[in-house]
Design a protein around this ligand. Sequence first.
Ligand code: COI
Length: 357
Amino acid sequence: MSEHTLEVMKCTHEKQKPDPDSLVFGTVFTDHMFIMDYSEEKGWYSPRIIPYQPLTLDPASMVFHYGQTVFEGLKAYRSKEDGTIRLFRPDMNIKRLNRSSERLTIPPVDEEQLLSYLKELLIIDKKWIPEKEGTSLYIRPFIISTEPNLSVAPSQSYKLMVILSPVGAYYKEGMSPVSILVEERYTRAAPGGTGTAKTAGNYSSAYKAQERATAKQKAQVLWLDASEKKYVEEVGSMNVFFKINGEIVTPKLNDSILDGVTRNSVIQVLKDWGLTVKEQQVEIEEIFRAHRDGILEEVFGTGTAAVISPVGQLEWNDENITIHHNKTGPLAQKLYNYLTDLHVGKEEDRFGWIVEI
Ligand code: COI
């Protein structure tokens, strides 16, 4: 067998599936996982689907020490009509995985090949895709550096894995609005940093700010730019949109904002609905001014995990504002309905975003 042929080793004992009514995010994993290795001599080799299991790694593996790692997140859905597996724009996630890898000096993967391995894994664990409304199978591809070496330098060996997790809503609030604290001290990402890469350090370095938000009974933080603390960047781990006086505004991508797949999709859908969408620098002051002027209509985050997450309250500089009476706004709701219907096949795929298996 060639070093590039997919090997499949099925589990002998299937685990019990979770109750679809009590699914949370990311705590239950399916029967199988995908794994492949990288070495300088062989490139990516030995792709295999194996029973889900713990890893054995050298404690000197570079990922533990210097965090050379990247990940992705996408979802699989089951069509209500015929049970087909549906993926939402997986090509975008795989491309971004390579972009993140490039930033972290991790070798790229063959995008089509990775998609084909992912499809095989999903076919094998198809029964794990939950069907209840609002649930899905979250797909987590990730790469870790495995060379046992404490030198501060790129690893010469890696593992790419894909694990699958049946999930419910990401936030306990679901589609109910969340309250947000505008973070003034810490920053998520800086110009020239790793903000556009999906890498572990961007997320763990946010915990400290999250701690402050939680202490103030806020669900998430809103990140401002690192240099001036003036411009809006992201909300929690999502991109952010504002509806002001009938127009939609979202921060323009820069090298500290993640290029979200849901962000990209939402912009296209909104334009298709005839709405004006402006991608530009957004001053936090301008948002609070719009609220004072009575023209801040809606605020919502977009991301794969939550899809759309309405913001009901914002606190900045001890000023608290309430948006749309702390209720889910009509645009956020319409987008959520549209995207989630598209995911499961209740909405026609006019943009050609769905990959069926
Ligand atoms: C997403 O919105 O999909 C995220 O980035 C959250 C994820 C890291 C759990």
